[in-house]
Design a protein around this ligand. Sequence first.
Ligand code: DX5
Ligand code: ZN
Length: 213
Amino acid sequence: MKIAPSILSADFGNLADDVKAVCEAGADYIHVDIMDGHFVPNMTMGPMIVDAVAKVATKPLDIHFMVENIPFFIDLYKHIKPEFISFHIEEEKHINRVIQKIRSEEIRPAVVLNPATPVCFLENIAADVDMVLLMSVNPGFGGQKFIPEVLDKVKELRNLAERKNPDLLIEIDGGVNDKNAPLLKEAGADILVAGSYVFKQEDYKKAIESLRV
Ligand code: DX5
Ligand code: ZN
């Protein structure tokens, strides 16, 4: 199981130190939440801050767009060369075009589903992406409660991936903790995003290890 701490719950006054600390504590990726105040009712950080994060991170970035006008945002962030860029299919009319745009920058494309969006919408997308991110909260804020229905979606997606793309990675984001991590693993998840669970603890290493079930 890979762990991607979400810096949304980090101390923004000491962001560089927090990023370095979770990298040293064993994070596999640094999850970066980009919100535009339109797709979700919150705003986070722009490319200048993400540039600063990339400079100090010793692990690859996993950028999660919760934005409208996705191609514009890809152009704003592509120079940072994250490992993944993920975008919400609820927002995009031309999903395949956007996937190709991300891949043409040698960045691994991923799509995101809100809790209410069914897995069957991925039938004609799963073969074209490297990862699917299933939201286990409604996006916009850290510290929300895990929605357990996502467990069935993980199983359904694992089955779909077996038919369409056996290498597909499944990532889960929202309310992840040491209680639901084993259930998510059993269902077939590969990467867990965790914001408040990791950053609320004193010992980041212990927090990350407790999720690596
Ligand atoms: C929520 C973000 C998450 C958030 C998770 O919209 O996409 O990445 O930081 O935070 P926790 O782990 O606290 O639910
Ligand atoms: Zn996220």
